[in-house]
Design a protein around this ligand. Structure first.
Ligand SMILES: *Cc1c(COP(=O)(O)O)cnc(C)c1O
Length: 307
């Protein structure tokens, strides 16, 4: 009888609720993994004008005005971003940010933190072999060891673990990537001063600091974790919320760094559907709404406390 149930299924999302294939209703605590649905399923605000944009052409493979408008919104909101490049997922954002950091510094190694998730590109899929700093083990089958040999893993909230790695790999570390508010190992808060120390130390060593704000961006507050903690990383990665439920990611930073990306510079990065007007429209709708209604963040926090 399964096919009959399927016939009558009404699988859908509605605001904060989910209705499954069998018609059961749930509160949706997943929210498409932490952000894209900040306004809930089927939000009129998010969908406003999207059909019209789609009818005029869903993708051109070239920039349209609405991409520029969304880019400007992001630049205005995130203190560390002067220039931004749209991609189609958080994975692409972090992957491209690392390529950029390696080109800018002309160094190869990167440091990530145990427990932080940065999407599924090969060189970021790594777990720490606790203490075995040179003997990294991939977290996923299919990731060759030589691909992750330049990925070093430090301990979150432990600045000494970072310094040890940097000292063991003198003048070889291009970037440190971190979720300033890790949401992928349970919710772990950075210890007082940890992020500030990391910022000061990376500056001193000429290492780029990358904030992966794919979840925290526009979620912890309109300006993300950088704004909340008053820290300016060199590159910020965004995703989830900025697409309003469509596949979008972005990475941005100082002009001097971002200008290395093609066509201005020699760091290749492209995406057939990246910056398409439909995704840009939904993202823009959501960001405009958040910007105009800052109370949303207080409301969200009160809901989280209740839960
Ligand atoms: C979700 C997430 C990513 C990956 O984004 P995708 O759009 O799933 O590729 C990267 N970093 C963080 C912190 C995330 O939460």
């Amino acid at each position: 009888m399964q096919w009959m149930q399927a016939q009558y299924s009404q699988k859908k999302g509605l605001g904060s609720k989910l209705i499954d294939e069998d018609g059961n209703q749930y509160i949706d605590y997943v929210c498409s993994w932490g952000g894209p649905l900040i306004l809930g399923h089927g939000s009129d605000v998010a969908l406003d004008g999207v059909m019209e944009v789609m009818k005029d052409g869903s993708t051109f493979g070239m920039p349209t005005e609405i991409e520029v408008v969304l880019a400007k919104k992001i630049v205005e909101a995130v203190p560390a971003i002067e220039m931004v490049r749209m991609v189609s997922s958080g994975t692409e954002a972090t992957m491209s940010a690392l390529r950029l950091a390696r080109a800018y510094t002309n160094k190869n190694k990167i440091i990530k933190f145990e427990g932080c998730y940065h999407g599924h590109s090969d060189c970021l899929l790594i777990k720490s072999g606790s203490g075995t700093l040179t003997n990294n083990v991939p977290t996923s089958d299919g990731v060759p060891e030589n691909v992750i040999k330049d990925t070093l893993v430090a301990t979150f909230n432990d600045i000494e673990s970072v310094k040890t790695l940097v000292n063991q790999n003198k003048d070889q570390v291009a970037a440190i990537i971190i979720e300033p508010i890790p949401g992928n190992m349970g919710l772990v808060e950075a210890k007082e001063g940890f992020l500030k120390e990391l910022r000061a130390y990376t500056k001193e060593k000429g290492i780029l600091l990358i904030f992966d704000e794919v979840i925290s961006g526009f979620r912890i507050g309109y300006g993300g974790a950088g704004e909340r903690y008053n820290i300016e990383p060199d590159i910020v990665c965004l995703g989830k919320i900025i697409g309003g439920g469509m596949p979008v990611g972005a990475y941005g930073g100082r002009k001097e760094i971002m200008s290395l990306i093609a066509p201005l510079g020699g760091v290749y990065q492209a995406g057939t559907l990246s910056g398409n007007p439909v995704a840009m429209k939904m993202g823009l709708n959501v960001l405009e709404h958040l910007n105009n209604n800052p109370d949303i963040y207080h409301y969200l926090e009160s809901l989280a406390k209740k839960a």
